[in-house]
Design a protein around this ligand. Structure first.
Ligand code: ATP
Ligand code: MG
Length: 561
């Protein structure tokens, strides 16, 4: 289902400046192919923040005619799942990227174990029996070094204990393997970090083969080095881990070059949360209908909402790659989608809050057809046929019994209005039910204005309105969305993000009237409902005969440059 993606050229950024230096003659990777990787942990679905990382990893490789691996970072056995692995692959492909090699970090468990043994043999790692609490109590502070009473235990003893850790002789948390680096380091990540821990837990790929698992800071550099990665691009929180990254690769005998870790800013977007833990909570506690709920910032949610790969890639390009964290406005993401759909989406008519319009002087039982352009700026996109008859649906908000100042739409005695592509009409009256709700608008049309223009060239003072023929209309459900969170920063400070949810983030309209040409529409098709916004067929709930549409984005651009 890969769509054609318009490739934005990835602009030069500070990462590329480093790479230029590295591959230049005399540089550390002179003559080598630039090789990056995208390393998601398969414990959730990818979100728009990951899309940025994907853009940076794959886009950078492409810029240098290099390659990028996809690697499932599955060193942590607790929450990983095949469902997520499959979804991650699908999302990356959908975004329009392809990887050189598909790997799992768990493929390297045996290598990692052997490298750990090598470190012990070299006197660079030891088995420590402090519990997690004791270890953090003994971390020291800026002025005081950390302490471990096990640091100087004989190499043979550590080798023996580590082998027995692997053999399953000890319970979870009883001991760890620690790198022997510097207990007094100003960088706390270097104060003899744990590199292996005991965890009696099945792994989604290795099953019960292992009960010890490597820590991220030990595993990640090894994975990169074993795959021949040249540039390991990651987010800023890993900056202070870089000395450890380098230490690991430099102290084991890997017959490869050392990859260069370069950090860039994480993407944050207002009115949403991005942490997988929080997204999972929204799903599991039923605040949304699933990971692909169209309000979610996940790739599958955005896809179901009607986002296109082109829009997401263009967003990723335009937000840029910087060294300082910042928050991007959600309205900018919408702006990027609107720009893409404005260019590609077919224009159709749909009335989402319908009221009947009866044209009193139009002959009963008759009908005719009109050709409506598919795109005002792209005549090559052609036209489509709509039917017209005496009874139409129009938008309830296009009528007022009593006009307000400057109101140019329908009201009794009001100005002549244009029914898009059809005829000029004038409102003559209306009917209400007992509660006073408008149930019908009456109008007269000018038979000489076929196509929407008056024969005598008089000026049309009213608005152009969209409409749908009541005889052929398709009844559909339309879902309107707003931000999932009304608070712009649900993640900030000590807030409970669940308290920040927007109670009006979903509005379901069940009796919308769509022009008949939409009967054949199937996901992932997107349309502009004239005067309303961009809508797509819901990929999960839409059925032939019972269509469901999602509003992807409204027409009004609230993004201010
Ligand atoms: P979380 O904390 O939500 O679980 P994570 O960073 O642990 O996110 P991973 O699956 O490990 O998620 O992420 C894979 C890659 O995507 C990493 O290189 C990570 O730096 C990057 N990434 C994750 N979130 C963002 C973000 N918001 N902006 C940019 N890159 C991100
Ligand atoms: Mg992670």
């Amino acid at each position: 289902m890969a769509e054609e993606v318009k490739e934005p050229v990835m602009s030069q950024n500070f990462i590329h400046d480093f790479i230029d230096e590295d591959i230049a003659p005399g540089g550390q990777y002179a003559g080598m192919t630039v090789h990056t990787r995208f390393p998601p942990e398969p414990n959730g679905y990818l979100h728009i923040g990951h899309a940025k990382a994907i853009f940076v990893d794959f886009g950078t490789a492409a810029k240098y005619h290099g390659i990028c691996n996809l690697r499932m970072d599955d060193t942590n056995p607790t929450k990983e799942d095949v469902e997520f692995v499959d979804a991650i692959e699908e999302d990356i492909r959908w975004l329009g990227y392809d990887w050189a090699e598909f790997r799992y970090a768990s493929d390297y468990f045996e290598d990692m174990y052997q490298f750990a043994v090598e470190l012990i043999r070299k006197g660079l790692a030891y088995v420590c029996e402090l519990s997690a609490e004791e270890m953090s109590a003994n971390r020291g502070d800026i002025n005081t070094p950390a302490v471990s009473p096990y640091r100087d235990r004989p190499i043979e003893e550590s080798l023996d204990l580590f082998a027995r850790m692997r053999a399953g002789e000890f319970p979870d948390g009883a001991m760890t393997l620690r790198a022997k680096i510097d207990l007094a380091s100003g960088n706390f990540n270097m104060r003899d970090p744990a590199i292996y821990r005991i965890k009696h837990m099945s792994h989604h790929r290795t099953g019960d083969k292992w009960c010890i698992y490597p820590m991220y800071d030990f595993a990640h550099p090894l994975e990169d080095a074993l795959e021949g990665i040249t540039h390991s691009l990651c987010t800023l929180e890993f900056e202070s881990h870089r000395p450890l990254y380098d230490w690991v690769v430099d102290n084991v005998s890997i017959p490869y070059h050392r990859p260069r870790q370069i950090e860039f800013a994480r993407l944050g977007i207002d009115h949403t949360v991005m942490s997988k833990r929080k997204l999972r909570q929204l799903v599991e506690q039923g605040y949304v209908s699933g990971w692909d709920d169209p309000r979610m910032p996940t790739i599958c949610g955005l896809r179901r909402r009607g986002y296109t790969p082109t829009a997401i890639r263009s967003f990723s390009e335009q937000i840029g790659v910087a060294k300082a964290d910042s928050t991007v406005e959600y309205s900018f993401l919408e702006h990027c989608l609107r720009a893409d759909l404005d260019d590609t989406a077919r224009r159709v008519m749909a009335v989402i809050r319908p009221v009947k319009l009866v044209i009193e002087n139009y002959p009963e039982g008759e009908s005719e057809t009109f050709e409506i352009e598919n795109h005002p700026k792209h005549p090559e996109m052609g036209t489509h046929t709509v039917t017209f008859s005496r009874e139409l649906w129009v938008e309830a908000e296009d009528f007022l019994p009593e006009p307000v100042p400057k109101y140019k739409r329908l009201y009794p005695g009001g100005p002549e209005c244009r029914l898009k592509g059809a005829y000029l009409i004038r409102c003559t009256g209306y009917e209400t039910d007992e509660a006073g709700n408008v149930t019908q608008i009456n109008a007269q049309y000018d038979p000489d204005s076929r196509g929407g223009d008056p024969a005598d060239g008089r000026k049309v003072k009213g608005a152009t309105l969209h409409w749908v023929d009541a005889r052929t209309a398709l009844t559909a459900e339309v879902r309107l969305y707003e931000n999932l969170f009304s608070d712009p920063a649900p993640d900030a400070g000590g807030k409970d993000f669940l308290e920040c949810l927007n109670p009006n983030s979903l509005e379901v309209l069940t009796d919308c009237k769509l022009e008949a040409s939409l009967a054949e529409a199937a996901a992932p098709a997107s349309f502009q409902f004239m005067r309303q916004g961009y809508f797509c067929v819901d990929s999960r709930d839409s059925r032939p005969g019972a269509p469901v549409f999602n509003r992807s984005v409204s027409l009004k651009d609230s993004f201010k440059k």
